[in-house]
Design a protein around this ligand. Structure first.
Ligand SMILES: Nc1ncnc2c1ncn2[C@@H]1O[C@H](COP(=O)(O)OP(=O)(O)OP(=O)(O)O)[C@@H](O)[C@H]1O
Ligand SMILES: [Mg+2]
Length: 346
């Protein structure tokens, strides 16, 4: 593992074995997050963003199996562990989950219990992940709520989640995520449930907190517009695979994958009506039947020929930390074929 990295994900394959057939949400996902840096993971609905995050925390829905790949994580004590090899109910992952890797979910009402006060819920994190006494915990929770911009935190701490507005609830969830001083923060569509002005405030807060506490941040969104001012580096995902990766400015200035180019064209304009992905024809094929060759080829407007549907493209290094998985740039094929993966796990 490289010294600068907090986490390295390599060739992650996720399968659901169901009576109806095998669902294939992740097909060789690889990415890294350097310590104190932020990455964006972008792609349309169903491309596997949330399943990637759930794999890291080992909170996959029932039946979800990591069948291949490594999830190397640098722990607070310096130890490097492979999260993919851990018992999902074991002691170590329970320390890491919430203690070292925290997650902010799309809809705060699903993260908070409606029948307990915010104080009860945030303080619980500290009871699990620290050895503070009750007095110190109270002080810390109030401090956290203040840090995320909740006014009168001493009083508001004892409110119930439903007594907060959507934006304030999202701030409270950020406070809960920060409670145990995590090293890696995963924010999965943290603002899509909020209206536009509140979205901007919450994104600013996440960015500010990431910088202030030197967190590694994984920001998940279907909207490339959201990552523009938020992250250092972007991974574009399609059908459980990274198809392009680049520093954020480079990706916007010089997108190379036909899918990324289409995604950029479909960023909602502030002036016009919201028409997500209007420029990409078709929809994401269902994860049970992966297209052969390049998985984007059925929707691609720049196919170069038969290669596109007979061979699986590998990542081409374009320089400047820019990588693309497309036969327009080279004939490189992938090292780990999806076919081979199927055979080993048949
Ligand atoms: N509980 C489940 N059982 C079986 N397959 C699932 C389950 N949840 C998700 N999947 C599969 O995983 C794929 C990826 O889902 P995921 O939730 O990671 O998408 P996403 O990129 O987060 O999309 P969105 O932008 O809508 O949140 C889905 O297309 C589906 O095939
Ligand atoms: Mg999702």
């Amino acid at each position: 593992m490289k010294a600068e990295n907090m986490i390295e994900v390599e060739d992650l394959f996720l399968r659901f074995y169901r009576d109806e057939g095998v669902i294939k949400p992740l097909n060789g996902v690889s990415f890294q997050i350097p310590t104190g840096k932020s990455i964006g993971v972008v792609g349309e609905s169903g491309c596997g963003k949330t399943m990637t995050a759930y794999s890291l925390l080992r909170i996959l829905p029932r039946g979800g199996e990591i069948v291949r790949g490594a999830l190397r994580f640098r722990r607070k004590n310096g130890e490097i562990v492979d999260l993919a090899q851990m018992d999902p109910d074991g002691k170590t992952i329970k320390q890491i989950r919430g203690g070292e890797i925290a997650m902010i979910f799309q809809e705060p009402m699903t993260a908070f219990s409606p029948v307990h006060t915010l104080y009860n819920q945030i303080s619980e994190v500290l009871r699990i992940h620290s050895d503070m006494d009750e007095h110190a915990i109270r002080k810390r929770v109030v401090e956290l709520l203040g840090q995320v911009g909740i006014p009168e935190p001493e009083q508001r701490a004892d409110a119930y989640p439903f007594e907060f507005s959507g934006g304030m609830r999202q701030r409270a969830m950020i406070a809960m995520a920060l409670a145990s001083n995590p090293r890696l923060l995963i924010a999965d569509e943290p603002t899509t449930a909020l209206d536009v002005t509140v979205q901007a405030q919450v994104l600013r807060l996440i960015k500010e907190i990431q910088g202030r506490f030197n967190l590694s941040l994984m920001l998940i969104t279907h909207d490339l517009g959201v990552v523009a001012h938020m992250v250092d580096y972007v991974y574009v995902m399609y059908m459980g695979e990274v198809v392009e990766a680049a520093p954020v400015a480079e990706l916007f200035a010089n997108p190379q994958h036909p899918y990324t180019i289409d995604l950029l064209h479909s960023i909602p304009k502030m002036t016009g009506p919201k028409e997500a992905l209007a420029h990409i024809k078709g929809t994401v094929p269902h994860g049970a039947a992966l297209p052969p060759g390049c998985m984007f080829h059925p929707r691609c407007r720049k196919r170069v020929g038969e290669t596109c549907w007979t061979r699986e493209p590998g990542m081409t290094d374009l320089g400047n930390e820019h990588y693309v998985r497309c036969f327009i740039h080279s004939n490189a094929v992938t090292d780990i074929s999806r076919e081979a993966e199927e055979i080993t796990h048949a």
